[in-house]
Each structure stands twice: as C-alpha cells, then as structure tokens.
Design a protein. Sequence first.
Length: 159
Amino acid sequence: MEWRPELNIVIRMKIDETDRKIINAFSADSKVTLRKLAQKIGVSFVTVMNRVKRLEKEGVIRAYTAKIDYEKLGYDTHVIIDVRISKGKLFELEKKIAMVSNIYAVYDTTGGSDATVIGRFRSTKALDSFLKTIQTYDFVEKTTTKLVLNTIKESQVRL
C-alpha cells in the first residue's frame, strides 16, 4: 500500500492469481514450505520466494500463526461484547481493553454500539470480573454481552 497525501487516498497493492494462490495456501496452512507451495501452484521456488518477500514487505502477509483450539485449553467462555462509550473516549477505552490478554479483537462499529470486543475466558466468573471492571470506567455507558454457543464457521477470507 502506498499513501498519496496529495490525493488523500491509499493506493492498494494489486495482486495477481499467483499472489492469490500463495495467500490462500498460507491461510490454510502457515507451515507449508515454499518448495511445496511452488509445486502446488505450478511456479518456481524463486518465484514463490520473491512473491512472499514482496507480500511481507507490503504488509499483506503480516504473520504466520497456528489455529488454536482454545476450548481444549480451558477457555470455554467465548463472548462478543458491544460497548457504548461516552463521546471522545473511544480510542482511550479501546486501547485499555486491547491490553487485556483474554481479548483478541476490538473493533470500532456502527449501530447501537461504538465498539465490539471479542474474547475468551476460562469461566463465566472470569468474564463477570472483566465486565464489572470495564463497567466501572467513567466513559462506558453500556455493555451488551453475547455468549457464543457454537461456532459454525471461523476462517480466513479466501481470495
């Protein structure tokens, strides 16, 4: 991506079919070797290596990570929390909440709430403690908590 201040726009990186195949392959399996990836998509190892370096440099590929089954680790309480925040305190609250290890996503949102927070907790008692803590912040007007009962789909977007 490139910032063009004179136009006040961000120029997005163009990707081709080879880039798409590389991105989708890493989304499915971040441990795939460059050699296997090259064979799978029908291009040379050097092509894959150069493309991956470019995608990393441009920030398209930001990290290589494992898909963790948090329930097997005891994090059975999966929640989505909508938060309504007093005017002018949105970023302050989001930064504060983002520091909590149980929270893995914080989004600015539209609609009835200003932010949506997604996290996992070991128990409803731990969740209750977190909620009571954030509800003591002067700038939190309201929270609405939704308990995730089942995950039907959770994956990367395929290009």
